[in-house]
Each structure stands twice: as C-alpha cells, then as structure tokens.
Design a protein around this ligand. Sequence first.
Ligand code: ZN
Length: 90
Amino acid sequence: MNTETGEAKKVKCPQCGEEVENLVAFSLCWQESDFRLVDNEGSYGGPLPDVVPVESIENEFECPKCSAPIATGYHSAVAFLKGEKAEGKS
Ligand SMILES: [Zn+2]
C-alpha cells in the first residue's frame, strides 16, 4: 500500500493497525457543582458548566478503533498524532 504520502495526517494504531486521526481521551476533571445541606446531609446539586481537566495527573489516550492505550499524557498523545514515536511505548 502506498498511502504514506499526500494524505491527511493519519497514523496507524500499533495495536490494530487501523489508521486513526484522533484518540479517545480519558481525563480526570474538576467539576464545579452546588453543594449544600439537604436533610442535614451534604448534597451535590446540578453541575455547573465549568469542567477543568486536571493537568497534573496523567490522562489516558486510547485508540478509537480498538481501545488500545496509546499514550498516557498530552505530549505523547500529540506526538503520536503527529506521527512521531511516542516515548516509552511500542
Ligand atoms: Zn487500535
């Protein structure tokens, strides 16, 4: 197959070999919500719109086709999508 050149940026999943142009990111996030006493117990109310990823914790990035773990951080996920070799993984 000679699809290596001239295409939109696509990289192959090392697990399933499928070409992917995105990853599925699982991120730990801070979520704001209303918190108050209800019947004398703390109760989380409806979530407020702000959801902030916790950057200090490694997030997981998986192949959208086979769910193989591709990267465990923003930088290695970006490197993978750029077609650069992700560090520490094969
Ligand atoms: Zn895959």
